[in-house]
Design a protein around this ligand. Structure first.
Ligand code: NOJ
Length: 557
C-alpha cells in the first residue's frame, strides 16, 4: 500500500462535489451510490486520489459547508455504510480519499449551536463567539457578520451566512471536538483533509473593528491568520501525525508569504495550500469586480507561486473547483471550447505541484446562463444579485451573475446525451447545462482528440516524467498577452510548454537557448502538427522535450 504522505507530490487529485456528480438512487440528487459507480471512470483518468466535498448532514444553506453532524453522512448522499463502501473500493483501486474538514463554522442547526444559544451557562455556551455589541465586520455572504439571537439575547459571529455561526476555537473544548472529528474519519481509513477557510479559525483578540478596504470583506484582516493560528493548527497536526494522511489548507487571501508559514518551517502544520491569485486574472474575489481576462496577470500569479514555493514547500495546481465559474468560459473561449479546454489543461498540469481536476473540467463543461435569479441556487449568487449591482438593470445584473456564479461549477455532471445528461433518471435538483448533448463524457470517450482524452494524456505524461514532476520551473516572455511559455528542467533534461491564449494564429519564437536545438514534440492539442512550424493555431498547446545529449536520456527522466 503506498503512502500518501510520501507520494502526494506526484499525485493527481479529482475533486467531487457530490450533489452534482452522479445520482445512483434515482432521486435527482448526486450521492455516494453514484460516486461508487463512477470510481472506475475516475481511475481511468490516471487519478491517484479523490477529494470529496462535504458529505455530512447539512441544512444546505451553503450546500454542505454548513454542517449539522460531523460524524455522519447526509441522507441525500447515503449512509455511513455506503461511505465505507466508497472508501474501500477507492482503496482497492489504488486511490486515496480525502475529506473536507469544515471547522471554522457549523450550521446553526448543529446541536452545539442549539445548546449554545439557550444561555450563557450551559456546557456549549462558549462554543461560539457571542457579544453584546457587534463590531463593524462584514460577512462574506450576507451583510453584517453579526446576527442577534433573541433566545440568548446576544449577537453571534458568522463570517459566512447567518446559518453558519463561527466556532470559538479559543475554547479548548472546541479544539478537542475538532480532533475527535478528525480521528473519527482517520480511524475509518480516510487519507487526509482539505481544510476549509482554515486561516480564519483564530480571530484577533478583542475582535477589533476593521478598517474598510473593500466594504464587502471589512474585518478580514482581523479574523484571518490570527494570533493563535499556529498553536491550534499544530494541535491538529499532531493528530494527523499518528496516521498516514495529508492536510491541504484553503485560505482566502492567502499570500505566498503566509502559505510558506503554514507549509514550511517551524510552524509547518499543513502539507500544501490552495492559492487564489491565479483565479483573479479576470476579477477581484470572483464575485465582486469583473474585468477583462489578462494573460499577463494569470502568468504573473502562476510564476509568483512557482518561484516562491520551489525548493521550500509544494504547490497545489488547479483551475477549477466548486467555488469558481468554469475556466473555459473565463480564460478560454466557448467558441474554441475543445482547443481552449485542452490548452488550459497543459497550461497548469505541467507546472510544479500536485494537480487537482474538478468534476466536469475534464470534458470542458462551461458556464450556465439562467434567466431568473431565482433559478440560481447558491447563496452568494443570490445575495450579490440583490446587493452589489442595484443600479444596473436586471439583465445587466444577470449577466454579471452568469460570469461569476459558483453555480456554474455545480450543474449536474454531463455523462451522456441521454435525458438529464445521464446524471439521473429523474429531473435533477438543479438545471443541467443545455449544451449536454454536445458536451458529455460518452461523446468524449469515443473521440481520441477530445478534451477528456487530452486530460488523460497530460496526466499520464506528467506522471511518467521525473522532470515534469520535480523539475525547476522558469517562465519566458512574461509580457506577452498571447503566449505562455514555461520550461521544466532537471539536470540536463528540458521540457518546454507553449500555450497560445490567442483566438487567432500567432507566430511563436523559442526562447533563445532553445532555438535550433534538437527537440521532440511529445504532445499537442491539434492533429497534424509540424513541430518546426511555429505558427500556433488558436489556443494551440505544445509540449516539447529537448533530450539531454546522451543516449541514455529517457522520456521518464
Ligand atoms: C470555502 C468553500 O470552498 C466554500 O464553498 C464555502 O462556501 C466557504 N468556504 C464557507 O465554508
Amino acid at each position: 500500500m503506498s503512502s500518501i504522505r510520501n507520494d502526494y507530490k506526484k499525485m493527481v487529485f479529482y475533486q467531487i462535489w457530490v450533489r452534482s456528480f452522479c445520482d445512483g438512487n434515482g432521486d435527482g440528487i448526486g450521492d455516494l451510490y453514484g460516486v461508487y459507480d463512477k470510481l472506475g471512470y475516475i481511475k481511468s483518468l490516471g487519478v491517484d486520489a479523490i477529494w470529496l466535498c462535504p458529505v455530512y448532514p447539512s441544512p444546505n444553506a451553503d450546500y454542505g459547508y454548513d454542517i449539522s453532524d460531523y460524524k455522519n453522512i447526509h441522507p441525500d448522499f447515503g449512509t455511513l455504510d455506503q461511505f465505507r463502501k466508497v472508501l474501500d473500493k477507492t482503496h482497492e483501486l489504488g486511490m486515496k480519499l480525502i475529506m473536507d474538514l469544515v471547522v471554522n463554522h457549523t450550521s446553526d442547526e448543529h446541536p452545539w449551536f442549539l445548546e449554545s444559544r439557550k444561555g450563557k451557562d450551559n456546557p456549549y455556551s462558549d462554543y461560539y463567539i457571542w457579544r453584546d455589541k457587534p463590531n463593524n465586520w462584514e460577512s462574506l455572504f450576507e451583510g453584517k457578520a453579526w446576527e442577534y439571537d433573541e433566545t440568548r439575547g446576544q449577537y453571534y459571529l458568522h463570517i459566512f451566512s447567518k446559518k453558519q455561526p463561527d466556532l470559538n476555537m479559543d475554547n479548548p473544548r472546541v479544539r478537542e471536538e475538532v480532533k475527535s472529528i478528525m480521528r473519527f474519519w482517520l480511524d475509518m481509513g480516510v487519507d487526509g483533509f482539505r481544510e476549509d477557510v482554515i486561516n480564519f479559525i483564530s480571530k484577533k483578540e478583542g475582535l477589533p473593528d476593521g478598517i474598510p478596504f473593500v466594504p464587502a470583506v471589512n474585518g478580514i484582516f482581523n479574523y484571518k491568520d490570527g494570533p493563535h493560528i499556529h498553536e491550534y493548527l499544530s494541535e491538529f497536526r499532531k493528530v494527523c501525525e499518528e496516521y498516514d494522511c495529508i492536510q491541504i489548507g484553503e485560505g482566502p487571501l492567502t499570500t505566498v508569504k503566509t502559505a510558506l508559514m503554514y507549509i514550511t518551517g517551524k510552524h509547518k502544520s499543513l502539507d500544501m495550500m490552495f492559492s487564489f491569485d491565479h483565479m483573479m486574472a479576470d476579477c477581484l474575489f470572483t464575485e465582486y469586480i469583473h474585468r477583462p481576462f489578462s494573460l499577463k496577470k494569470l502568468k504573473h500569479a502562476f510564476s509568483k507561486w512557482q518561484y516562491s514555493i520551489n525548493g521550500k514547500g509544494w504547490n497545489t495546481l488547479y483551475l477549477e473547483n466548486h467555488d469558481h465559474p468554469r475556466v473555459i468560459s473565463r480564460y478560454g473561449s466557448e467558441r474554441f471550447r475543445r482547443e481552449s479546454g485542452t490548452m488550459l489543461a497543459a497550461s497548469y498540469i505541467f507546472q510544479q505541484g500536485t494537480v487537482f481536476i474538478y468534476q466536469g473540467q475534464e470534458i470542458g463543461m462551461t458556464n450556465i446562463r439562467l434567466r431568473d435569479i431565482e433559478d440560481y441556487k447558491d447563496i452568494s449568487s443570490k445575495t450579490n444579485f440583490h446587493k452589489y449591482h442595484l443600479k444596473d438593470t436586471i439583465e445587466a445584473r444577470l449577466r454579471r451573475i452568469h460570469l461569476s456564479s459558483r453555480d456554474s461549477s455545480r450543474t449536474p455532471m454531463q455523462w451522456s446525451s441521454a435525458r438529464y445528461a445521464g446524471f439521473s433518471s429523474v429531473r435533477p435538483w438543479f438545471n443541467v447545462n443545455p449544451n449536454y448533448k454536445r458536451v458529455n463524457v460518452a461523446k468524449d470517450e469515443k473521440d481520441p482528440n477530445s478534451i477528456l482524452n487530452f486530460y488523460r494524456r497530460c496526466v499520464a505524461l506528467k506522471k511518467m516524467s521525473r522532470t515534469l514532476t520535480y523539475g525547476q520551473y522558469r517562465e519566458f516572455f512574461p509580457d506577452s498577452e498571447q503566449i505562455y511559455i514555461y520550461e521544466r528542467t532537471l539536470g540536463k533534461q528540458r521540457w518546454l510548454i507553449i500555450c497560445s491564449f490567442a483566438k487567432h494564429p500567432v507566430r511563436v519564437h523559442f526562447p533563445r537557448e532553445y532555438a535550433g536545438k534538437k527537440n521532440q514534440l511529445i504532445l499537442c492539442n491539434y492533429r497534424e502538427t509540424d513541430k518546426n512550424d511555429l505558427c500556433f493555431r488558436p489556443y494551440e498547446a505544445r509540449i516539447y522535450r529537448f533530450p539531454a545529449g546522451d543516449e541514455k536520456s529517457q522520456l521518464t527522466d
